[in-house]
Design a binder for this molecule. Structure first.
Ligand code: NAD
Length: 452
C-alpha cells in the first residue's frame, strides 16, 4: 500500500469486486493510501497478525505478496480458485506445501521482474533510501550484501559502482562464484565478514539471515538495512535484549550490543518501501503494470483452463508491459526565429545557443548555435574531444582554419569538422553569419582552446 500502488488499487476498487486489501508489512503501508482506500469503501487491514481474519473471509481470488495468505488458505483446506504470487519468498513458501490445488500465476521469477525490477528498481531504491535516511555517502565504505539472488546482485553491483568495497555472503557456490567474477569478495555466511562491515544489506528473503552470532561481531556504528521481503531477516529480538532501541533520526533506531552502537534502518522492513516514501518511482511502473495485468488475469477467469500448479506470467503479458515502458511520450517540437544580434566590440563574435539539452528548445542528441561575426570578427581556435561540428555559412565570408590550414567559405558553403580537429574562423570585410550543428551536443567541458 504505497503511493505507487494507488493507480492499480483505485482501478480494482472501481471494478465492483468485493475487495479486501491487506498489508504484508505494516511498515510499508502508507497511511494516506490506507485512508483513500477506506474512503472508497475498500476493507483495509494493516495488521500483520490479521491473517486469521483474512482466512475467515475465504477469498476466492488472491493476489499475494509473500505467500502467507495463499499458503494459510491451502493449509486450512479452503484454497482460493486461483492466486497470483509476486515474490520469490512467496514461491519458496508455496514450494513447502504438500499440494497446490489451484493455478498460481507467478511473476517473481520472470525476466521482467528478476532482470529489471529486482536488479535495477530495488537496488536503486535501496541505496537511495540508505543515503537519504543516513545522509552518508557510500564511496569507500565496506558493504556486506547478504544473499546474491537478483535483488542481492543489483544491490551489490550498485554499491560497487558507487565506490563501496563490497563483500557478498552467499552459501550457494554457483551464485558466490558469479559474485566473485563480478569483482566482489565472497564469504559463505554473513558471520564470516561481519567484523569489518560498515553497512549490511540483507536480500535473502529468509528470516534470521543476520542472526545473533553475526550481530555480535559487527563493529561499532554498523548500519543494518533489509531489502528482502521478510522484516525478520535481521534478528531484531536479539538486538532488543540490550534495550528497546533509541530512535536517532526518522527511520533509524540505535541498539546497544555489548557496549557497541548498531543502527537499524526502516524497522528492518524493506528499506526502499519503509523509508516513508518509495524510491525509484519511474521503474516501479513495471510493478504496477504486472500487478494490473495479473489482477486482470484473476478477474477475467483466464486461469480457468489452467492445471493446478505454478505458471509464470506468459511472455505476451511481459512484452506488453516492457513495450509500454519503452514507448516514451514524444517531446514537444518547437518553431523559432533567429533574432538579429549585434556582435559589438571584443572579438566581434556573438553566439546564440538555439537548440540543445540546456536550451528551451530542448533536443537531447544534438545542439544548434547561431554565430554573428562583425567584419574581422574571430572564433578563437579550439577543438572538441568528442563533439563533431558542421558550420553552415549563411551570409558573408569566413576564413576557417582546420588544423592550421585556411579555407575560404562563402554564403551557402559549409565545413564539416570531425572531433579533435583544431578549428577557428575569421570573418571577411562584410562580417558573416553561420549556423553550427554539434553532436553530441556542445558542452563547455569539451571546448578546449589549449592545443590537443
Ligand atoms: N525490497 C523490495 O522492493 C523487493 C522487491 C522484490 C523482491 N524483494 C525480495 O527480496 C528478496 C530476495 O529476492 P531474490 O529474488 O534475490 O531471491 P532469491 O531467492 O533468488 O535469492 C536469495 C539468495 O539468498 C541466499 N541465502 C539464503 N539464505 C541465506 C543466508 N542465511 N545467508 C546468505 N545468503 C542466503 C540464497 O542462497 C539465494 O541465493 C526476496 O525476499 C524478495 O521477495 C524485495
Amino acid at each position: 500500500m504505497t503511493a505507487n500502488s494507488v493507480a492499480v488499487l483505485d482501478w480494482l476498487a472501481g471494478t465492483g469486486t468485493d475487495l479486501t486489501v491487506s498489508s504484508c508489512d505494516p511498515n510499508t503501508a502508507d497511511p494516506l493510501v490506507v485512508s483513500r482506500l477506506r474512503a472508497a469503501g475498500v476493507r483495509v487491514s494493516t495488521d500483520e497478525s490479521d491473517l486469521e481474519s483474512l482466512v475467515r473471509e475465504r477469498p476466492e481470488l488472491v493476489f499475494d505478496t509473500g505467500g502467507d495468505l495463499t499458503a494459510a488458505l491451502v493449509e486450512r483446506g479452503c484454497p482460493p480458485l486461483a492466486a497470483v504470487e509476486s515474490t520469490s519468498t512467496g514461491l519458496w513458501r508455496l514450494d513447502q506445501l504438500e499440494r497446490l490445488p489451484m493455478p498460481v500465476l507467478e511473476w517473481a521469477r520472470i525476466p521482467l521482474k528478476e532482470k529489471v525490477e529486482h536488479r535495477f528498481h530495488v537496488a536503486a531504491g535501496v541505496w537511495s533510501a540508505i543515503t537519504w535516511l543516513t545522509g552518508l555517502s557510500i564511496e569507500g565504505r565496506r558493504v556486506l550484501v547478504v544473499g546474491y539472488g537478483e535483488v542481492g546482485k543489483g544491490v551489490a553491483e550498485r554499491a560497487h559502482r558507487m565506490g563501496a568495497l563490497v563483500t557478498v555472503a552467499e552459501p550457494d557456490p554457483s551464485r558466490a562464484l558469479d559474485a566473485r567474477l563480478r569483482g566482489h569478495e565472497t564469504v559463505p555466511s554473513a558471520t564470516a565478514a561481519a567484523h569489518t562491515a560498515e553497512i549490511v544489506v540483507t536480500a535473502t528473503g529468509r528470516p534470521g539471515a543476520v542472526h545473533a552470532d553475526c550481530l555480535e561481531r559487527l563493529p561499532e556504528g554498523a548500519i543494518l538495512a533489509n531489502a528482502g521481503h521478510s522484516p525478520r531477516e535481521i534478528d531484531l529480538d536479539h538486538l532488543r535484549r540490550g534495550g528497546p532501541g533509541r530512535p536517532v533520526r526518522p527511520g533509524i533506531v540505535e541498539y546497544r550490543l555489548a557496549g557497541r552502537a548498531l543502527f537499524v534502518l526502516g524497522g528492518a522492513s524493506p528499506v526502499n518501501l519503509a523509508a516513508g516514501t518509495t524510491f525509484g518511482d519511474d521503474l516501479w511502473d513495471l510493478f504496477s503494470g504486472v500487478t494490473a495485468l495479473s489482477c486482470d488475469w484473476l478477474l477475467n477467469g483466464d486461469w480457468s483452463e489452467l492445471p493446478a500448479g505454478i505458471h509464470p506470467v506468459p511472455p505476451h503479458m511481459q512484452h506488453r508491459i516492457a513495450r509500454s515502458y519503452l514507448a516514451r511520450p514524444k517531446r514537444p517540437a518547437h518553431v523559432g526565429v533567429i533574432e538579429e544580434q549585434d556582435p559589438g566590440p571584443g572579438d566581434g563574435h556573438v553566439l546564440q545557443e538555439l537548440v540543445g539539452p540546456q536550451c528551451r528548445d530542448y533536443q537531447q542528441n544534438h545542439s544548434l548555435a547561431h554565430s554573428t561575426l562583425a567584419p574581422g570578427g574571430v572564433i578563437t581556435v579550439h577543438h572538441h574531444e568528442r563533439t563533431e561540428e558542421t558550420y553552415v555559412v549563411l551570409s558573408g565570408q569566413l576564413t576557417v582554419s582546420l588544423d592550421g590550414v585556411d579555407h575560404l567559405v562563402s554564403a551557402g558553403g559549409y565545413v564539416a569538422i570531425p572531433s579533435r580537429v583544431r578549428h577557428g574562423a575569421v570573418a571577411g570585410a562584410q562580417g558573416a553569419r553561420l549556423l553550427a550543428v554539434s553532436t553530441p551536443p556542445w558542452q563547455a567541458e569539451d571546448h578546449h582552446e589549449a592545443p590537443c
